[in-house]
Design a protein around this ligand. Structure first.
Ligand code: FAD
Ligand code: SIN
Length: 537
């Protein structure tokens, strides 16, 4: 198992009942996007007010109907059972006084259906999973262990027709040693790639390692042009990263430009919604889906030249705000913003990779050269995978849900490989020959390259793209890729170099996918597509 977020640990906990599971994770066991998830996990739990049909419809509408309908139905319908399992391991989703779940509202949902633990849902889930795995006699979590590459039969030229995964090369960040791990089943659960962008909500682990590793062994990737930008991230100058949950807008938070906010203050009005630019963009106002809100903010910022817009929630009961959003309240306060009184300056930032490694309905990785075949013994689950659930845009809080549903499906499917273990003995595996590499004199070059990629992606491959921007991006990325490849093949490996090699590959794949998409849909917007569509009408 590679990765210790919700996807990896959910799989490990179940697979541990059938054999030994080693979870390698590149930082501490809890460090993951999962740990920072705020809003919660979507599921139909109140069948009097809500229904599977409604959750399915909302997911499809948000996704621009590019979703795979079978997968949407699977995820929505299997949700209650997976939620029950999280509760069984100790996740205490909030309840009302009458004992029913306190379900929250988020953009694009037509019903309150988000289970949450205040605004720290991910941390509660991650803690419960880590605790359960640590108690499990068959599950071992190895921290600071970073997967570099997968080992497959075709790569080793052991097979030419079928392919199967045999394990992975793992870099020990403390000793610098590289080891070969063999496994009957290998699971990629390495999360997203938000770190490819200058501004992101994602933690530093999110460098697209899984996508890059899978691509290098011939996996198909899909939908990489659909990068979700979260509309509301606390503006802090350079590199804004602290998320202000969509649930804040779900509770009544309103977006306004700086001048709209000033007008609102002068007017003495009680209802801020009348002043919000979002009314021009969508009838749902500030609670429209993320693609619409992020693009609207981008447009307003370009028009006004402002650096941020405001998210205002101070018209609501201050005690309710503090109780419902303790993490957001305290973090904003540490920046001198009292959200019960002040507007919150926010900007969009890269948040979620909708695309990823193409997998089938059991999480098996599909081959690029032959999409009717899978790479046996290899699964991808969680944000690293693309199941087809989200279509062109992910509905809020559907990601944690997708992770637990696909962790379960993959676990069930993978049992078939246990009866037929990997046959190649470790002695026959090629070992990493560390002697041919030299030490890097100036590691700072790697930081410069990473920084350059982030800026290229932010400036040219962001919320609004154009053919010219994409071409500029690919020219620059190609040069950087050459540079990075030179470092990778000639110098002693370190964490930055491993990540950089993945980041540059995933960045290029995102640009290539963007160049291929000729229709603006969901999260994808290229101004040249719009011009062409207008001309042809
Ligand atoms: P992660 O939780 O990111 O875990 C990835 C794991 O892989 C980590 O342990 C990492 O260290 C490890 N890893 C990565 N590369 C390597 C490597 N090379 N070798 C070894 N280990 C590696 N979604 C929702 O549904 N609801 C929400 O409320 C919500 N809020 C969010 C808030 C924030 C701030 C963020 C960033 C995301 C949010 N999301 C939310 C999205 C959701 O949290 C993620 O999509 C989900 O947690 C992904 O889980 P995962 O297990 O796939 O990956
Ligand atoms: C949020 O709390 O706004 C994040 C929810 C998500 O990404 O699904």
């Amino acid at each position: 198992m590679i990765g210790s977020g919700i996807a990896g640990l959910s799989f490990a906990l179940k697979a541990g009942n059938h054999g030994t599971v080693t979870v390698v994770t590149k930082k501490s066991s809890v460090e993951s996007s999962t740990n920072y998830a705020q809003g919660g996990i979507a599921a139909v739990m109140d069948f009097e007010r809500d229904s599977f049909e409604s959750h399915i419809k909302d997911t499809l509408e948000a996704g621009g109907y590019l979703n795979d309908l079978d997968v949407v139905e699977i995820v929505v319908k299997e949700a209650p059972e997976r939620i029950k399992e999280l509760i069984d391991i100790g996740v205490e989703f909030e309840k009302r006084e009458n004992g029913s779940f306190d379900l929250a509202m988020e953009g694009g949902h037509s019903q309150r259906r988000i289970l949450h633990v205040a605004d720290l849902t991910g941390a509660a889930i991650e803690r419960a999973l880590v605790d359960a795995c640590e108690k499990h006699p068959n599950v071992t979590i190895i921290e600071n262990a970073m997967a570099i590459d997968l080992i497959t039969a075709r790569k080793l030229k052991l097979k030419t027709d079928e392919d199967e995964c045999l394990g992975a090369y793992i870099f020990d960040k403390k000793s610098g040693e590289i080891s070969t791990y063999l496994a009957n089943v290998t699971v990629l659960a390495t999360g997203g790639c938000g770190q490819i962008y200058l501004n992101t909500t994602n933690p530093s682990i999110s460098t697209g390692d899984g996508i890059a590793m899978a691509y290098r062994v011939g996996a198909k990737v899909r939908d990489l042009e659909f990068v979700q930008f979260h509309p509301t991230v606390l503006y802090t100058g350079e590199k804004s990263s602290f998320l202000i949950s969509e649930a804040v807008r779900g509770e009544g938070g309103v977006l306004m430009t700086i001048s709209e906010y000033e007008e609102f203050l002068k007017s003495g009005e009680k209802d801020p919604t009348k002043f919000s630019f979002m009314r021009k963009y969508d009838e749902r106002g500030s609670l429209a889906t993320r693609d619409i809100v992020a693009r609207a903010i981008d447009r307003e910022l370009k028009k006004s030249g402002d650096r941020y817009v405001y998210l205002y929630i101070a018209h609501l009961d201050p005690e309710h705000i503090k109780e419902r959003f303790p993490n957001i309240y305290n973090t904003c306060l540490s920046y001198g913003i009292d959200i019960t009184k002040d507007p919150i300056p926010v900007v969009p930032a890269a948040h979620y990779m909708v695309g990823g490694i193409a997998v089938n309905k059991n999480g098996q990785v599909i081959r690029r050269d032959n999409p009717n075949q899978v790479i046996n013994r290899l699964y991808a689950i969680g944000e690293v995978a693309c199941t087809g659930l989200h279509g062109a845009n992910r509905l809020a809080s559907n990601s944690l849900l997708e992770s637990v549903v696909f962790a379960h499906r993959s676990y069930v499917d993978s049992l078939k490989y246990l009866e037929n273990p990997v046959k190649i003995p470790l002695e026959e595996m090629p070992l990493w020959d560390a002697t041919k590499y030299k030490p890097i004199d100036e590691k700072v070059f790697l930081k410069h390259d990473f920084d350059e990629i982030r800026r290229i992606m932010w400036n040219y491959v962001g919320i609004v793209r154009s053919n010219e921007r994409l071409q500029r991006a690919i020219r620059r990325l190609n040069l950087l890729e050459e540079d990075i490849s030179h470092y990778y093949w000639n110098y002693i490996l370190n964490e930055d170099l491993i990540e950089l090699r993945n980041v540059i590959l995933v960045a290029r794949l995102i640009v290539e996918a963007s160049m291929e998409r000729k229709q603006n849909i969901g999260l994808f917007y290229n101004i040249d597509n719009e011009k062409r569509e207008k001309q042809s009408n």
